[in-house]
Write a protein that binds this ligand. Structure first.
Ligand SMILES: Cc1cc2nc3c(=O)[nH]c(=O)nc-3n(C[C@H](O)[C@H](O)[C@H](O)COP(=O)(O)OP(=O)(O)OC[C@H]3O[C@@H](n4cnc5c(N)ncnc54)[C@H](O)[C@@H]3O)c2cc1C
Length: 384
């Protein structure tokens, strides 16, 4: 079905992104998966092409384009399974904190490098003891003169090894009641003494991503690295940016589903059993017809949300719905597509095996799917 949210300019841009991604990104994917991280040279090439922060303001080197351009880049990266290079985390999840809440000095210092691919971004919220319950973070940022001294541990941080600048969620007031009012966001450069990169974690899927531990050991940063005009605004800022973060997951989920489905259709047409392609069995027809239907439903919902997000509407409830629904579709779809590959589906040399493993995390990060349901229930007025 033709997607009517994109203009002719968007489609021209998609062709340009697809050509670049097929030529310069896709050949690197296997190497990233083997090494457990992406490479800086490709990040810089993405920057040179204008594919990092397409949405960012022109005065700092961005293209000032609408969010649909970012969505196109995400979809094209997902199409070649380039999950190792976390372009969406950098451009669409981290960068907006600086463009929206950064002061002029912070924007001038960090945005041009982030847009060119010289300064790679990460966000450090999760800790060994807390993930979903963000207000319970223990990492502290104690004010000492014109500095903050950070202490604590973070876990599961994407871009943890390659990242240059981290938005760190820390407590500036550990005694605040309610606890979330004591949270602030602080920019920490990776070469700051006391900033320590821990292990690159061994994961089931997303093997090309350098998901890591981070430690802060009396890590002293200038007080002017606080995001926002005063302490205690961190939780509010995080809540404000979650709509886009969850939409990003939905966009990539549907794009990944399309690729898994496409490859499975090809496989079932080629593989024969009982003298005919397995695509010709009625079970295969039914399974693939059902999955193709659900992908179209998911795409229609995502496109409606993309259009609303670009118009600046509050669609937190609907984006939370899309996040859980599309990611659970992706898990179901990759499982059924793997089954249609038979034993080959279990072999890592068949992309459906990595698709299946990669899908597992989609219902966990960016807020678990259980948390999505809590948000929806709250916004439906069910929690009193
Ligand atoms: C590959 C990967 C990349 C990641 N990247 C980042 C990153 O870049 N930065 C970052 O900060 N974090 C990152 N994370 C962390 C991720 O956001 C957290 O894992 C997630 O928020 C869940 O937190 P948790 O793991 O502590 O699980 P918990 O919060 O311990 O949850 C465990 C289970 O309990 C359920 N649960 C929790 N509370 C409730 C409730 N109130 N009601 C019902 N069920 C509940 C959850 O849904 C889940 O099923 C990443 C994680 C992974 C795996």
């Amino acid at each position: 079905m033709r997607r009517d949210i994109f203009s002719e300019e968007h489609e021209i841009f998609r062709d340009q992104v697809r050509r670049f991604v097929e030529k310069e990104v896709e050949p690197k994917v296997a190497e990233w998966n083997a090494r457990g991280m992406s490479d800086r040279a490709t990040w810089r090439r993405m920057g040179e092409e204008g594919f990092l922060g397409a949405n960012a303001p022109e005065e700092y080197g961005g293209a000032g384009a609408d969010f649909l351009y970012d969505a196109i880049i995400m979809e094209e990266m997902a199409r070649v399974r380039a999950h190792g290079l976390m372009m969406s985390l950098h451009s669409d999840i981290c960068m907006p904190y600086i463009t929206t809440f950064g002061n002029e000095e912070q924007k001038r210092k960090y945005l041009p490098g982030a847009i060119s691919g010289e300064i790679l971004l990460g966000i450090a919220m999760t800790e060994p003891g807390t993930g979903s319950d963000l207000a319970a973070v223990q990492t502290s940022a104690r004010r000492d003169g014109d500095t903050y001294v950070l202490n604590g541990a973070k876990i599961f941080i994407s871009n943890g090894q390659i990242g240059d600048l981290f938005i760190v969620v820390a407590k500036t007031d550990p005694k605040a009641k309610p606890a979330h009012k004591g949270i602030s966001l602080i920019l920490v450069e990776a070469d700051t003494p006391g900033f320590v990169r821990g292990r690159k974690l061994d994961k089931l899927g997303l093997r090309g991503q350098d998901t890591s531990e981070l430690f802060f050991e009396d890590c002293r940063v200038p007080a002017k690295n606080l995001l926002g005009t005063q302490e205690g605004q961190g939780f509010k800022m995080l809540m404000q940016k979650l709509q886009q973060e969850r939409l990003v997951v939905g966009v990539m989920s549907i794009a990944s589903c399309r690729r898994s489905l496409e490859d499975t259709m090809k496989y079932t047409l080629e593989r024969k059993a009982f003298g005919q392609p397995i695509a010709h069995f009625q079970n295969t027809h039914f399974k693939l017809a059902e999955l193709a239907t659900e992908v179209e439903i998911g795409q229609a919902f995502i496109d409606k949300l993309l259009a609303a997000h670009v118009r600046g509407e509050d669609v937190v409830t609907e984006v939370s719905m899309a996040k859980w629904w599309t990611t659970e579709l992706q898990k179901r779809l990759t499982s059924q597509c793997l089954q249609l590959h038979g034993g080959y589906g279990f072999m890592m040399e068949y992309p459906i095996a990595t698709d299946y493993a990669d899908a597992a995390v989609q219902s966990i990060y960016a807020g678990t799917n259980e948390i999505m349901r809590l948000i929806i229930a709250r916004r439906l007025g069910l929690t009193g």
